[in-house]
Design a protein around this ligand. Structure first.
Ligand code: ADP
Ligand code: MG
Length: 623
């Protein structure tokens, strides 16, 4: 069997180094912000120590460290909190493939250590505190924690490695070459030195005898900021590892955007579009923003000023050369140059997406499925880029049951004489697809966009039109899909019908006055007996639901009941009413008719139990 020289388990070291690097960044910032903080920030670095006899590997940093509470919260919780299964899988895993996904899901990089170690000891002292904390766990769901008086500033993690597998020298994490390989591959760009003491063969003596080996400290990583190199000097794998470091994600990014601006305001940006939406994409307190550096020096995480809210999923680094190292978040928000950079970044991200849509439609579909909902917020938020954003929209439509369409595609398929872009909103695609509102559009072959994200309601209202064509809800107002001639014929017919139905419609309007504004005849139904529609200026029921879910108090709104005069139920009801049928029996049928119209569009009944009872009565009379 041929082994690659890398194993999935190797990434435990990447995780420890990534944590150490973050801790060094934090210490540097803390020592600048708080001049009285008693710390030594003069030689910040990461140190790796291998002890082949004891089979231990130690990763040490002199960074910010952790307080006892932090150790319990950040490191300890998982060992306790019932994720025992994760731990068991980690310990049992032979190549780390499946557990990697688990670790990714739980977002606990530190626990990757248990793929290679059967005991982990962490010794740490928080900057500014005098006593430290010692934590130890075998990764079996419990840990021990105690005070440690002799802890140096920063954090030391010691792995007691699992017994070596004589079959497999690749998993020997006490081998110098192995450590070198892993650091080079996963952590070369780390901006702090990663040092290791290595043995050099001694100079041979004059007689050719081997000299005494000497020990020297070497820095294993190049520390070259990836974003400062030109694109052709960086290979894909390096970008991907860097992405994993800045994003704490475990999967490769979907797209890499590397840009540089020279001139009045110099900066470099290395941005990533992730392949998966984070779990907190729609959480109000969710993390957002890229990292800000000034001339290679880390300034802050989650810099919101550099990306608009609707692009909050973009990860990466912006290195701005002319900013002060002491710049604060508040000042950043107002800084003119930062705003200019932000505009450039937004345009670049959007043009990258546009290109992806054209050249890699499959990849764009992935993007859209993960982030489309967030991107659509931009239609409301970012008026300057609205045109570009409209070109990026994908939407379900009656044109194709599987594929989404672009707005441009819709316009190209519009029928002769069609002036509006029709859409219908609702909670799910199947509810919308089966809504009676679609019947006439289906029958006449008009395409309708099926919009089911909450944000859709908002942007269609605000944007109003695309390519000069109004966006029009088919669940609102009067709809006419006829040509002039058809219209004339239909109108005369409708007028006659109207006369015929007038008494029934008036009676229905009164009978159902609590629920509807009026009853009228419909031009949008072919097979269903009835549907409910709003006035052009009304909120759609979907939007009403969304507002209510957000905690807004809305008065109960009434809509219009439209009847299909050609449906036997409606015709029968008219006859019965005309012949002076039993008022109560007719009333029950009216209520059922209205309830069915609500159900058909995926709406909710006010009193489902009553509806079921009426229906049962009606059915038993019929059997
Ligand atoms: P993540 O890095 O994605 O937050 P980890 O499991 O790797 O998840 O680490 C959990 C947390 O523990 C980190 O966010 C950090 O606050 C803390 N931590 C881990 N290692 C160190 C370290 N060497 N120094 C200081 N804090 C650390
Ligand atoms: Mg980490």
């Amino acid at each position: 069997m041929v082994h690659s020289i890398y194993s999935n388990k190797d990434i435990f070291l990447r995780e420890l180094i990534s944590n150490a690097s973050d801790a060094l960044d934090k210490l540097r910032i803390a020592s600048m912000v708080d001049k009285d903080l008693d710390v030594d920030a003069s030689d910040l670095h990461i140190e790796l120590v291998v002890d082949a006899q004891a089979r231990t590997l130690t990763v040490r940093d002199n960074g910010i460290g952790m307080s006892r509470d932090e150790v319990v919260q950040l490191i300890g919780t998982i060992a306790k909190s019932g994720t025992a299964e994760l731990l068991r899988k980690l310990r049992e895993s032979n190549d780390g493939g499946a557990p990697q996904e688990l670790i990714g899901q739980f977002g606990v990089g530190f626990y990757a250590t248990f793929m290679v170690a059967d005991k982990v000891v962490l010794l740490t002292r928080r900057a500014g505190e005098s006593t430290g904390t010692r934590w130890e766990s075998a990764g079996e769901g419990t840990y021990e924690i105690e005070q440690a008086d002799d802890a140096p500033q920063g954090t030391t993690v010691t792995l007691h490695l699992k017994p070596a597998d004589p079959e497999d020298h690749l998993y020997d994490y006490t081998a110098e070459w192995k450590i070198r390989e892993i650091v080079k591959r996963y952590s070369d760009f780390i901006s702090w030195p990663i040092r290791m003491t290595v043995e050099r063969p001694g100079e041979p003596g004059e007689d050719g005898s081997p000299g005494e080996p000497t020990r020297e400290v070497q820095t294993l990583n190049s520390m070259k900021a990836l974003w400062a190199r030109s694109r052709d000097e960086v290979d894909e794998a390096e970008y991907h590892e860097f992405y994993k470091h800045v994003s704490h994600d475990w999967t490769d990014p979907l797209e890499v955007i590397h840009m540089r601006a020279e001139g009045t305001f110099e900066y470099e940006a290395l941005l990533f579009i992730p392949a998966h939406a984070p779990f907190d994409l729609f959480a109000r307190e969710g993390k957002r923003g890229v990292q800000l550096y000034v001339k290679r020096v880390f300034i802050m995480d989650d810099c919101e000023a550099l990306t608009p809210n609707y692009l909050r999923f973009i990860k990466g680094v912006v290195d701005a050369h002319d900013l002060s190292l002491n710049i604060s978040r508040e000042i950043l928000q107002q800084d003119r140059q930062i705003q200019a950079v932000r505009r450039r970044l937004v345009r670049k991200v959007l043009s990258t997406l546009k290109e992806m849509r054209e050249k890699q439609p499959e990849r764009y579909r992935t993007f859209w499925a993960e982030f489309g909902k967030a991107l659509k917020e931009g239609l409301v938020e970012d008026v300057d880029n609205r045109e570009t954003l409209l070109d990026l929209i994908s939407a379900a439509s009656t044109h194709d049951a599987e594929q989404l369409t672009t707005l441009r595609g819709y316009v190209e398929r519009m029928k002769d004489g069609q002036s509006d872009i029709y859409y219908l909103t609702g909670e799910t695609r199947s509810a919308v697809e089966n809504s009676p509102h679609l019947e006439a559009f289906r029958a006449k072959g008009y395409e309708v966009l099926l919009l089911t994200d909450p944000v859709d309601e908002v942007w269609v209202e605000q944007v109003g039109e695309f390519d000069g064509k109004p966006l029009r809800s088919i669940a609102k107002g009067q709809i006419d899909l006829e040509t002039e001639d058809e219209k004339k014929a239909a109108e005369t017919e409708l007028q006659e019908r109207q006369k015929e139905f007038e008494p029934l419609l008036t009676w229905l309007g009164e009978r159902l006055a609590e629920d509807i504004k009026e009853a009228r005849l419909s031009t949008r139904l072919t097979t269903s007996p009835a549907c409910v529609v709003g006035d052009a200026q009304d909120l759609t029921p979907n939007l009403e639901r969304i507002y209510r879910a957000m905690g807004h108090e809305l008065p109960p709104s009434k809509r219009i009941l439209e009847l299909n005069p050609t449906h036997p139920l409606v015709g029968g009801l008219r006859k019965a009413h005309e012949q002076g049928g039993d008022e109560e029996a007719l009333g029950r049928t009216a209520e059922l008719l209205y309830g069915m119209a609500l159900l058909a569009e995926g709406g909710e009944l006010k009193d489902p139990a009553r509806f079921a009872r009426l229906l049962a009565e009606q059915l038993s009379a019929a059997v």
